[in-house]
Ligand binder design. Structure first.
Ligand code: SIN
Length: 336
């Protein structure tokens, strides 16, 4: 396990609260062969210690950094999530630590943020940040995002897991990556951002994420169960679309007997509009339910939540996007 290494510990900063920066990789630590190459770079190359030291922050900030992983976040997996939970929990329990920053790839940052809030519901700020341009770009966005995240992590009232990108503070349930290359790549749908960071000042508009808003009654039990997993309960995602036929659902149902794959326990169906389903897909999902698979309904739409219809046999997951509904369902199934 990598140990925390102090990056700034001048004598005059003793007694100041500490911010710990945990690195997991991503474009924020990406490196390309040329500074004008914003596409074919390798994510997860520059160490988090270098990202922090290159900010050239003024003395008086007590920062520590720790490399938890170094991956392109498309490859995020259970083992890294478990290690991250462990390190986040460890540092949050230190009285001198006022908040954490996690550097992360943009591609799955919304999943990690949702998961950390669902499992830890921290009362200190845990701020995930990222970049759309690699660290070697002519004008990288990572340093400003990291500097903004550090401001939020030191904010006296802030709490919960948040994502900071392009000056906006997003909540874990609402944040979604909506653009493939723009620097301002994230959106919080109808709810909007929690606030902004303007010239080093936090302006917040909505309540901070809290345990109460996560709807979980026994978080420590849930975390213990998660840390003991060797695999997440198997939940797949299916889209409803024109010319649907339900064959994919039937293939999944038949798969475990053929390939000895982990048994399918859940399905998230991203329906059209208000979660509506192609009739043939609906038939196949009925078969899945009868086979004991838990099926939940979400929507392909970027905005709005599925409005419940009386008598609907499928649960809908409180307006979560399909990827977050997948995690919510996997955590539910994990708890039995
Ligand atoms: C990643 O998600 O690790 C790569 C893409 C990015 O960070 O923008």
């Amino acid at each position: 396990m990598p140990q925390a290494e102090p990056t700034e510990q001048a004598e005059q900063t003793r007694g100041q609260p500490v911010v710990v920066v945990l690195g997991t990789g991503g474009t924020i630590s990406g490196r390309a062969a040329r500074s004008d190459d914003l596409v074919s770079y390798t994510a997860g190359e520059v160490s988090v210690a270098d990202l922090v030291s290159e900010l050239g922050l003024q003395p008086g900030l007590r920062l520590e950094s720790e490399q938890v992983a170094q991956v392109d976040s498309k490859d995020m997996d259970l083992q890294i999530w478990q290690r991250l939970c462990d390190r986040v929990r460890f540092h949050l329990a230190r009285p001198e630590v006022c908040g954490l920053v996690i550097t992360h790839g943009t591609d799955t940052i919304e999943e990690t943020a949702y998961l950390l809030q669902a499992l830890l519901g921290p009362t200190k700020p845990v701020v995930l940040t990222c970049a759309m341009r690699p660290a070697t770009a002519l004008a990288p966005d990572g340093p400003q995002n990291l500097a903004d995240a550090l401001v939020l992590a030191r904010h006296a009232q802030a709490q919960g897991v948040m994502v900071v990108c392009a000056g906006k503070i997003h909540g874990p349930a609402d944040v979604t990556k909506v653009h493939t290359y723009r620097i301002d790549a994230f959106d919080s749908g109808d709810a909007g951002p929690l606030g902004v960071i303007e010239h080093g000042q936090v302006r917040h508009w909505r309540p901070w994420p809290s345990i109460d808003s996560s709807g979980v009654t026994d978080q420590s039990h849930r975390l213990k169960a998660f840390q003991a997993l060797t695999a997440l309960p198997r939940v797949e995602m299916i889209f409803s679309h024109a010319c649907g036929d339900g064959l994919l659902v039937r293939a999944l149902l038949g798969e475990s007997t053929v390939h000895a794959a982990p048994r399918l326990l859940g399905l998230v169906v991203a329906g059209t509009g208000n979660g509506s389903l192609h009739r043939l897909l609906q038939d196949a999902l009925g078969e899945a339910r009868r086979a004991g698979v838990r099926v939940v309904r979400s929507s392909r739409c970027a905005y709005g939540r599925v409005q419940p219809v009386e008598g609907d046999p499928l649960e809908s997951m409180a307006g979560l996007s399909p990827v977050k509904a997948r995690l919510a369902l996997a955590l539910d199934l994990m708890e039995g």
